[in-house]
Design a protein around this ligand. Structure first.
Ligand SMILES: [Zn+2]
Length: 328
């Protein structure tokens, strides 16, 4: 599998938190040829099992994305919405949106709203409907929408609305294809509802009962003009080995093991410390009696905006590191 092609395929699917059916179906289809068993649990996590001898190792990438949920349909046909996860209204202003049924819309601030302090209740979605009746033929209260945009290539880099966390799902799928004989009992879990509080990872970790857990997710890059030094990762400097974020302090053995494997195989790596923001690792490491947990991160700029940007060479390094961890 080509990572960019997988990313493009996943970017076309629908999968905001709680409504991940579309993306789950696509990932299951891509994983099937390389899996011994695929399970969907009660919350909707997709659990892909590749049997092997040794400790139970769980990799987790969340398949949900941030998005919007319709709360009101107004007389004039405009929609008001709530947020699924960390949507920031000013970053969403004038973005194109797409509903699960294919209906298109534009996210618009009211004319008098202060863009700098824009609140969600000062914004509406225009779906091209003349009035309430026409709008109700297109959407219902409770329907969900996501940013609608393609994956664009900029040299070695890509920009797309949902690199968080579809690029990590693509990393796991490409790694799965390359792992012939795992040196562990391998569980690759594509989790739900990460963006609303690591909910899927919690039940998945209980189910899988891993000895070792690894969250694969994007991490904030600290390499643009005016960046606030809240993270450590930089685009193009390799896979980021998580040391800490606000949800987890990684187990030192896992950090050491990842760095040792990277050194032995000449995989470019950097350390990832994120002052704010959590990952599935937060839920995994406190499951049951505790799980030795770490993370492999893909540095990403402009997270949670419609223009998330990452480097394909970093993603390729993450694939190699995942394969190395599973095979040794
Ligand atoms: Zn994420």
């Amino acid at each position: 599998m080509e990572l960019l092609e997988v990313l493009e395929a996943l970017n076309r699917t629908h999968g905001p938190s709680g409504d991940e059916g579309g993306v789950r179906e696509k990932i299951a289809e891509l994983a099937r040829p390389f899996a011994d068993e695929i399970i969907t649990d009660t919350l909707g996590n997709l659990i892909v099992h590749k049997k092997g001898e040794g400790p139970r190792v769980m990799f987790a990438a969340h398949m949900d994305s941030i998005g919007f949920i319709v709360t009101h349909i107004e007389k004039e046909g405009f929609l008001r919405v709530g947020r699924l996860g960390g949507v920031v209204p000013k970053e969403a202003a004038y973005s194109n949106l797409r509903f699960k049924n294919g209906v298109r819309g534009v996210f618009v601030p009211e004319e008098k709203a202060d863009l700098g302090r824009l609140r969600l209740d000062q914004c509406f979605i225009d779906i091209g409907a003349d009035d309430e009746e026409a709008a109700k033929k297109l959407v219902r209260v409770g329907d969900t929408a996501v940013y609608d945009g393609p994956v664009r290539v900029m040299g070695d880099r890509v920009t797309a609305p949902y690199l968080d966390d579809r690029i990590a799902c693509a990393v796991l799928l490409c790694a799965l294809e390359q792992i012939e004989q795992p040196a562990c009992d391998l569980w690759m879990v594509f989790t739900v509802q990460e963006e609303v509080g690591l909910r899927g990872a919690k039940t998945a970790a209980w189910w899988v009962e891993p000895d070792v857990g690894l969250a694969v997710d994007v991490t904030d890059a600290d390499d643009t003009p005016g960046s606030e030094r809240s993270g450590t990762a930089k685009l193009g400097k390799g896979a980021a080995v998580k040391v800490m974020d606000s949800s987890v302090i990684c187990h030192p053995e896992v950090v050491a093991r990842l760095e040792e494997l990277a050194g032995a195989r000449d995989i470019p790596v950097q350390r990832d410390i994120l002052r704010a923001g959590g990952t599935d690792a937060g839920a995994i490491h406190t499951a049951r009696l505790g799980v030795k947990t770490g993370g492999i991160s893909i540095p990403c700029r402009y997270i949670h905006t419609p223009a998330e940007t990452a480097d394909l060479r970093d993603a390729a390094a993450c694939v190699r590191l995942t394969v190395a961890f599973a095979q040794q």
